[in-house]
Design a protein around this ligand. Structure first.
Ligand SMILES: Nc1ncnc2c1ncn2[C@@H]1O[C@H](COP(=O)(O)OP(=O)(O)O)[C@@H](O)[C@H]1O
Ligand SMILES: [Mg+2]
Length: 307
């Protein structure tokens, strides 16, 4: 289902042209983006990968209108966002873009349902009842709607954040390391939901990740290094992503192997022995057996090979 706000004639959900972003001045200048051109096609799920510091978050923030580039142009639908006044840009972010962050960013005092409906409430829009029901069912949160974030597992919280990102039927969803704080099972749930929203609702998604398994859920994997796009892989698999990483730059692989090993360790002693990375979620992760049924887990997409 195309998002109502997307003009039908525009086949790109967003385009980025000649994007540069410099931080600091003089000798201290950091070139975070060094001339990036990319199209995000409508209804496509793109993974953005690259070593730490390669510019992934900066690209996402500039493309989403959260940050202002040093030069270059970003177009969302047929709107050049560099030409917008502050108020118009705020409205564009609110009405036409969805966000998912690594740290969930839910409002702790609101229930899951209130969190999901918050963007619409702020915009003064009524939720479409059918759409709301569909999103809630897809994300598998029917029985959790009255719970506060602190009463939900990390995976459930991120599914609330996913539902919140999609409720306004945005033209494009940007997700920055959405599975970075999740164990592998919760990651699979969130990724399956994102995949499903692309396949069933025609959602456009751009997801920053350094996890080759997460990237394998996408239709396309872009590789950034030193602020430039250095690779573009269609229908990525974990293996093709790892191969591309190794080919491009040994740093990709070193970092990734280390991350894989760290993730394996985290998953091995999940919950009982939270690592430093999961410690802020102590008491929040509660995937105890009685809290979790296998029906909660959306099916993995078929093109994902087990590995
Ligand atoms: N606010 C900032 N001030 C100065 N340098 C920054 C800022 N944000 C990012 N950078 C630098 O820009 C580069 C790209 O950062 P980032 O986009 O966060 O990379 P990634 O998300 O791939 O890890 C890095 O060298 C980083 O240190
Ligand atoms: Mg980042």
């Amino acid at each position: 289902m195309p998002s109502p706000a997307s003009p039908e004639h525009v086949t790109q959900a967003a385009t980025v042209r000649g994007l540069t972003k410099h931080y600091g001045q003089g000798d201290a200048t950091v070139i975070a983006l060094d001339g990036v051109d990319v199209d995000f096609r409508r209804g496509e799920f793109t993974a953005v990968m690259g070593p730490s510091g390669s510019g992934k978050s900066t690209l996402m923030h500039c493309a989403a209108g959260l940050d202002v580039p040093t030069s270059g142009e970003v177009t969302v639908g047929d709107t050049q966002i560099g030409h917008l006044k502050d108020k118009e840009l705020t409205q564009l972010r609110r009405d036409r873009i969805g966000f998912i962050f690594q740290a969930f960013n839910l409002v702790p005092t609101l229930t899951a349902e209130e969190n999901i409906l918050l963007p619409l409430a702020i915009a003064g829009r009524q939720p479409d009842a059918d759409w709301y029901a569909r999103i809630i069912a897809t994300v598998g949160l029917e029985s959790r709607l009255k719970h506060k974030p602190s009463e939900l597992s990390g995976g459930q919280q991120q599914r609330v954040a996913c539902a919140r990102a999609l409720i306004g039927q945005p033209e494009i969803v940007f997700a920055d390391e959405p599975t970075g704080n999740l164990d592998s099972r919760s990651s699979a749930e969130v990724l399956a939901f994102l995949r499903h929203s692309v396949d069933e609702f025609g959602q456009t998604i751009v997801m920053v990740t350094h996890d080759p398994v997460a990237a394998s859920y996408a239709d396309r994997a872009l590789f950034l290094a030193d602020g430039r796009i250095v690779g573009d892989v269609a229908d990525p698999t974990r293996e093709s992503v790892l191969a591309q990483m190794a080919r491009l730059d040994p740093r990709f692989l070193d970092e990734d192997v280390a991350a894989d090993q760290a993730a394996a360790r985290r998953n091995a002693d999940d919950v009982e022995h939270p690592t430093e990375r999961t410690a802020p979620m102590r008491g929040i992760i509660d995937d105890s057996a009685d809290d979790f049924s296998s029906e909660d887990v959306p099916a993995r997409p078929r093109h994902i090979s087990e590995g």
